[in-house]
Design a protein around this ligand. Structure first.
Ligand SMILES: [Zn+2]
Length: 275
């Protein structure tokens, strides 16, 4: 397809996250926390090939964002990986597959400047999700009909800082976490320490996601065309609860024209195409 900028969440849950962003010449992944066979198949469905990816950008070191078999596959195809400098030492310590090939310049470090990959430009911004070395969201910029369009992906946030709000504002497509329903988390059989870890430093609840979207949109000059609700907990949430919470808040504030999309653990989201 010519003259488009598209996003598809290939899969999103605590067992694996990866999002594809592409136009007619350039394709990237944000995170590679799903297996290589699955990612390959889903990319093919989108008309993309894993071996043609221009780069893979890591948000943080948790294992639902870095699949070692996929890392080896990416390396085999000479696909460069990128991560913010703060998380590099932690990645190398945790993942043998990355440390082994680091000397071949497979892993590239991002230092506060945008990465230009062919026709896409990628910017990292920090979010407070608790992970060694920190956690990052990404803005991806591409040109369409002479105008710059922005896609923002942040699947693990914990809370939404003023800086993250500014980075995500004015995006055409936003992938944001809506991890748990507060009542379902409370009623779950999970130990108190785990509940507390999810609430503080872990993830955004549906209500926090909805509130964050309102704050992001209040700072934006444009309404996003699409929002995808990601990292939806299978034990403490449902896609319906997540959708109802964010969509009803947006509709109430006159922002009901934005399409709110579901994501799934092992099934791709709809393709979100900016035209
Ligand atoms: Zn995480």
């Amino acid at each position: 397809m010519k003259n488009h900028l598209s996003t598809c969440v290939l899969g999103s849950s605590s067992s694996g996250n990866s999002t594809a962003i592409w136009n007619d010449t350039t394709s990237i992944l944000i995170d590679c926390g799903l297996g290589p066979v699955y990612i390959k198949e889903q990319l093919l469905e989108l008309g993309l090939r894993m071996e043609d990816l221009d780069g893979v950008f890591l948000t943080h070191i948790h294992s639902d964002h870095v699949n070692e078999a996929t890392v080896r596959n990416l390396h085999k195809h000479c696909i460069p990986m990128f991560c913010p400098s703060q998380i590099e030492p932690h990645l190398l310590k945790k993942y043998r597959s990355i440390a082994d090939v680091k000397k071949e310049k497979f892993l590239n470090v991002i230092n506060n400047s945008d990465i230009e990959l062919d026709t896409l430009s990628i910017r990292a911004f920090e979010v407070p999700h608790d992970s060694d070395g920190g956690c990052f969201g990404y803005n991806v910029f591409g040109e369409l009909a002479g105008k710059t369009k922005k896609i923002s992906v942040s699947t693990d946030m914990a809370e939404v800082t003023a800086s993250a709000l500014e980075h995500i504002a004015n995006s055409e497509v936003i992938v944001i976490e809506s991890n748990y329903d507060e009542e379902m988390l409370e009623r779950s059989g999970r130990p108190k320490w785990l509940k507390d870890r999810i609430r503080v430093g872990g993830h955004l609840s549906n209500n926090q996601c909805a509130e964050s979207m309102l704050q992001i949109l209040n700072r934006s000059q444009i309404l996003p065309q699409m929002i995808a609700l990601a990292h939806v907990s299978r034990q403490c949430n449902t896609n319906t609860l997540a959708y109802d919470c964010t969509f009803s808040a947006m509709e109430k504030h006159g922002m009901g024209e934005t399409t709110v999309c579901e994501t799934h653990p092992q099934k791709p989201s709809i393709t979100m195409t900016i035209v």
